[in-house]
Write a protein that binds this ligand. Structure first.
Ligand code: HEM
Length: 506
């Protein structure tokens, strides 16, 4: 790649000809910029221009006019991610990092600047850390996890169900993944508004991001030290006890990767799926008609609106050919999930349903493919299902055009999702989520809109929204024996109810 000359401005906004000018959005060397006002308003449009101009791999400029290759083809992305002989995540080998063009204060530094974390490790070192994380994740009991997600969802809905209005981004989608991940990590008492705020801050690049990162790290270091001294049945203790012998520093730093990757990706996924359900009548009709299960809806969303738009920080270790472009050893590479998922080679008709097809790039690919994707899917499945069951008449409280988005190179966030619904009393978090009748047997997580549940309208059924600490931690999520078919809490009465409860996992 010919590195264009650079003028480091140290500011986010590039100097650019005005909109309408053919050179608008172009930087040194005539390369398209993936930052600045044009990118903020229509990044997807820029990727389509790049596809028309260059094909599946295009030279681009990221923040501070740092040159990089953007891989926008589906096949080429998977090829790059899987060909470890030519491409690596070890960003120390990137020419722009070595020659200082990529400054330490570049907004993309957290994703590019090498650190001793799973995300940047390769080869044997990657296998060591990844092996420990995979082994610790594999001890999580899926059924117990689903029960916990369901109870947390009920608790969150209890917070706003009596009001008849809510913002499903800040009051639901951003809370549920943090509550679940705190439980998985074995620190349910650390789950609070401050941690959710800090996670939001860190991933959205706000002015207080550094302070929030310090707060999260202080929580994780404290938790690691506690579990080193006194192990319990949780992910963190498993990580510490693993034969990979991670140091406390490695444990805490990698817990941060897990916590933040899980939080940001899953919160975005849930917000996106809920928006689709609320705004696309065909989508909702399909769900209500039982033709589309929630997992299928989630997969469709992962194709059309991936929670992470792009991953920056890969490097060519050898001269290579990719998508017809000649990549030089040391060139920086990013893969654009949002563009690869829309590649006309694999999706000639974007309206065709992709529900149930998991070949999208939302979780990456190759050795660094997301190890937490099943947990993310469980949180979204159970959370969306539980919310729709509790508030079946929820509808958008504003015109769809008024919904606000925050677009960066890395992700596109829905800022809020205001809804209104019939006010309802809180529900016992331990009750199974029937709506007054036993739903018909259904395939997996299919959603229906049953009539309102009698208990839900009876004040006698209402319990305080906040669960006790004992309720929160009544069952460890790891290394538990298989739960009994009826589970804990209120014992469902009929055989069919017991079967359904067992089938749904809560
Ligand atoms: C919808 C939610 C999620 C999305 C969209 C997502 C997306 C991704 C992507 C694209 C990567 C690959 C990055 C690369 O190429 O370097 C990744 C890696 C990773 N994710 Fe996720 N993720 C999600 C949820 C989770 C969850 C729930 C966990 C943990 C329980 C998790 C833990 C990780 C870790 C540890 C890595 C680094 C893996 C490695 O470098 O080997 N993620 N994620």
């Amino acid at each position: 790649m010919t590195t264009p000359s650079h003028s480091h401005r140290g500011a986010d906004e590039p100097i650019s000809p005005p909109p309408g000018c053919p050179a608008h959005g172009l930087g040194p060397g005539g390369l398209r910029r993936l930052y600045g006002s044009e990118a903020e308003s229509d990044l997807a449009g820029i990727y389509e221009k790049l596809r028309a101009e260059h094909g599946s791999v295009a030279p681009v400029l990221v923040h501070d006019d740092v040159p990089m290759w953007a891989v926008i083809g589906h096949t080429e992305t998977l090829h790059m991610l899987r060909t470890r002989s030519h491409f690596t995540r070890d960003s120390r080998r990137m020419r722009v990092v070595q020659d200082g063009t990529f400054a330490p204060d570049n907004p993309l530094a957290p994703m590019v600047t090498w650190a001793p974390l799973i995300s940047f490790a390769e080869g044997a070192e990657h296998q060591r850390v990844r092996g420990a994380i995979n082994d610790a994740l594999s001890t999580i009991d899926d059924r117990g996890l689903r029960r916990f997600i369901h109870r947390s969802s009920q608790r969150l809905v209890n917070e706003f169900c009596e009001k008849g209005t809510a913002d499903l981004v800040s009051q639901f989608a951003e809370h549920l993944p943090m509550a679940v991940m705190c439980e998985v990590l074995g620190m349910p008492d650390e789950y609070n508004e401050r941690l959710v705020q800090a996670g939001r801050d860190m991933t959205k690049g706000t002015a207080t991001a550094v302070e929030s990162n310090e707060y999260v790290m202080s929580v994780l270091y404290r938790h690691t030290a506690r579990r080193r001294a006194q192990p319990e049945e949780d992910f963190t203790s498993r990580l510490i006890a693993h034969p990979a012998q991670l140091t406390d520093d490695e444990v805490a730093q990698n817990l941060r990767v897990v916590l933040i990757a899980a939080y940001e990706g899953t919160a975005n996924l849930m917000a996106n799926v809920l928006r689709m359900v609320l705004t696309d009548p065909r989508f909702r009709a399909q769900l209500n008609g039982g033709q589309m299960t929630v997992p299928e809806a989630i997969e469709q969303s992962l194709w059309d609106e991936p929670p992470m738009n792009a991953q920056v920080g890969y490097v060519a270790t050898e001269d290579a050919e990719l998508g017809g472009q000649r990549i030089k050893a040391g060139d920086g590479i990013m893969y654009v999930i949002a563009a690869g998922n829309l590649d006309p080679v694999i999706r000639p008709d974007l309206k065709a349903s992709m529900a149930g097809n998991r070949a999208h790039l939302a979780f990456g690919g190759g050795p660094h493919e997301c190890p937490g994707q099943d947990i993310a899917r469980s949180i979204a499945d159970v959370g969306v299902d539980a919310l729709l069951m509790r508030l079946p008449d929820a509808e958008l409280a504003v015109d769809e055009k008024e919904l606000r988005w925050r677009q960066t190179l890395i992700a596109r966030h829905l800022v809020d999702l205001p809804v209104m619904f019939t006010p309802r009393p809180p529900q016992d978090v331990k009750l199974r989520p029937t709506m007054g009748r036993v739903p018909s047997p259904r395939k997996e997580w299919e959603v229906s809109s049953p009539p309102p549940r009698p208990q839900a309208t009876s004040p006698a059924a209402a319990v305080p929204a906040q669960a006790s600490a004992a309720e929160r931690s009544d069952q460890p999520l790891v290394a538990t024996p298989p739960p009994s078919p009826t589970g804990e809490g209120e014992r469902p009465k009929g055989a069919l109810q017991r079967l359904l409860r067992w089938w749904r996992g809560y």
